[in-house]
Design a protein around this ligand. Sequence first.
Ligand SMILES: O=C[C@H](O)COP(=O)(O)O
Length: 256
Amino acid sequence: MIEASDAGEVDEALAQQVIGILELASLNADDTPQRIIALCQRALTPVGHVAAICVLPRFAGLARRTLDSLCARDIKVVAAVNFPGGLPSVSSADMEAHAAIVAGADEIDVVYPFHALLGGDKQVGADIVNACRVRCGNNGVLTVTLETGVLRDPQVIHGASCVAIQEGANFLKTSTGKQAVNPTAQASRILIAAIAESGAHVGLNVSGNVRTLNEARVHMDLVRARFGLRWLEQGRLRLGSTSLLDDLLVHLGVSA
Ligand SMILES: O=C[C@H](O)COP(=O)(O)O
């Protein structure tokens, strides 16, 4: 049995680990330059840098410049394109990705056209992911957000995951955070299974209203059980959230 003090130490160690795989997000229609600069400043926490920040494409350049000015080149800037609706337009997603990369984004996160898929269009999702893959080049990191809470059906989620991987995704992400359903353990299991079956070097990003260390732990345990401890690093696992950092800092004894 784990004693209370041991449990506290375990939580502290886990919180420290999560800081290193955290993708700190601000993805609101009313975001301002001031808010993005504050987000960048928060990303350099007193206990280490987060892995990445995720912003709307129009803020990618500002975020990169701000992080560079803070000597935090290691923190990646992820631009969320086709966000949050996942529209079925290849040209629009491609243009957004292009503009974000030119502005300074290190990575692209494209929302899969989930409504189109539910309407029976399987092709446009493949085309959008493929266009963004080409835009990112061979070495650019591409995340595909599936919006698992809307897709719902495990077979549909699995099918979309396979298409995303086939078209060159480097990460599968569960959710935008703008829908009613949060990422569930079942959703993570389905994405993990698709990644494992593919044998490809693809990581998992769990995002969408993940607010506490305990919520994060559920998904980390699933990843560890399937792939082992070596997966608990930012190249394989990320946790995307606007608010998880507050709880992590509390566990680490740092005021948020
Ligand atoms: O990419 C999506 C964000 O990480 C969602 O974060 P949030 O649900 O905490 O606002």
